[in-house]
Design a protein around this ligand. Sequence first.
Ligand code: HEC
Ligand code: HEC
Ligand code: HEC
Ligand code: HEC
Ligand code: HEC
Length: 297
Amino acid sequence: MAQIFDRSSNALARMSLILTGLMIIALGMTLDELQRSPWVTRQGQRADQPVPFSHKHHVEGLGLQCQYCHTTVEESSYAGIPPTKTCMNCHAQIWTDAQILEPVRHSWATGESITWTRVHDLPDFVFFNHEIHVNKGIGCSSCHGRVDEMPIMYMQNSLQMEWCLNCHRNPGKNLRPTSEIYNMAWTGASELKPVWCAAQDISGGTPTAESVTCTEQNPDLGQGVQMADLSPPVNGLHAQMQAPGTQIGSQDAQPMTLPAGLHYTKFTSQAALGNFLIEHYKIRNPRELTSCEVCHR
Ligand code: HEC
Ligand code: HEC
Ligand code: HEC
Ligand code: HEC
Ligand code: HEC
């Protein structure tokens, strides 16, 4: 038989084996790519919602704060999706005949919740918590992008493990004063936009996020500096909170004066501000923050 298949056909067989092998590897790589592709992760895709709710109109246009609708983001793992009642605070009077609001009125009349399609949805085996991120100086926009500019909600980041780890390995570059959590336009400290921070020595206690006071206006320019765009340091997040139905809007927050007698440090780079906040927010080191038990419990 050997003479029927000559040497060259042997080489051919070997060649085709190698080719098959290469094709399998290529297929594997494609599948792996696919698993990370926006098509699978739904990154960037606009979900089909029962009502075309626009964050751009309601946040940027009307000046509503995130907490007006996502009421539990500071004190629970879930940010929460607002009940129909929240929409009816306004839409009982505004756009009452609009066809696109029919599902809202139907929900209100029947008591059945609106069935929003989830845009972000981690697998059940991943532990996630909004409260700790928000209270340790990670802003909404660091994870969700410029929500205030989204006519229809989409997922800005993949939410894949590598994305989480990328920040957990080096959180400093994303840390900001907790008073800036809801600031969609925050870009970090820089030469052009310095940030001044002071840590208060709370007697007996260890420094926490709430004992850090930051401002974007030079505190040396005298006492009584107006901090119209910053909230009070102590319970700062909660002080901004507005109950649905009461005064609305982020633009007209109460001006406040800086607490007296604090020693401010000027930060002209995000790296320096990040290091200061890591220390005073008591952020764990990257080794602890990337250990599997943090997210898989
Ligand atoms: C007037 C109420 C309202 C305000 C104000 C509001 N949201 Fe929303 N938000 C909603 C509703 C309703 C949904 C569900 C529909 C959707 O996904 O668009 C939602 C969805 C979201 C989602 C996606 C949820 C999911 O399914 O994964 C994110 C993220 C979000 N909002 C962030 C924000 C941020 C950040 C702000 C502030 C800049 C904000 N929202 C302000 C009502 C609001
Ligand atoms: C603070 C008052 C207020 C609340 C609360 C509010 N809306 Fe609106 N909404 C408005 C106003 C005002 C407009 C008209 C905006 C425009 O045309 O610029 C509007 C417009 C809309 C529109 C028309 C499309 C658009 O965005 O222009 C939809 C749909 C809508 N709202 C859905 C909702 C839903 C769903 C909720 C609850 C999650 C809600 N709204 C909560 C005031 C409100
Ligand atoms: C560290 C990243 C991160 C930050 C910071 C963050 N989110 Fe989220 N958010 C997520 C992830 C991840 C999910 C999906 C959670 C899940 O599937 O269990 C999510 C889900 C949501 C949802 C859907 C409902 C829910 O609770 O699951 C809303 C609404 C939301 N975020 C709003 C906000 C707002 C408002 C802020 C700022 C105050 C914020 N998020 C800050 C990562 C973040
Ligand atoms: C932009 C930065 C950033 C991103 C992105 C991020 N985290 Fe975090 N995460 C932090 C910081 C900062 C802390 C607080 C660390 C500390 O207090 O030591 C934290 C803490 C946590 C904790 C600890 C909670 C606890 O009580 O121990 C969990 C769990 C967690 N993150 C899960 C996730 C998951 C899951 C993702 C991705 C879906 C994610 N994080 C994305 C910055 C981030
Ligand atoms: C900061 C949070 C975080 C940490 C720390 C973390 N993971 Fe994950 N892990 C995730 C998220 C989020 C997913 C879901 C990814 C997705 O939806 O594709 C995931 C998914 C997984 C998966 C499923 C397969 C995959 O890649 O989607 C495995 C296996 C896994 N993690 C193992 C580990 C191991 C082992 C460690 C420790 C070395 C670890 N993880 C540490 C957040 C984390």
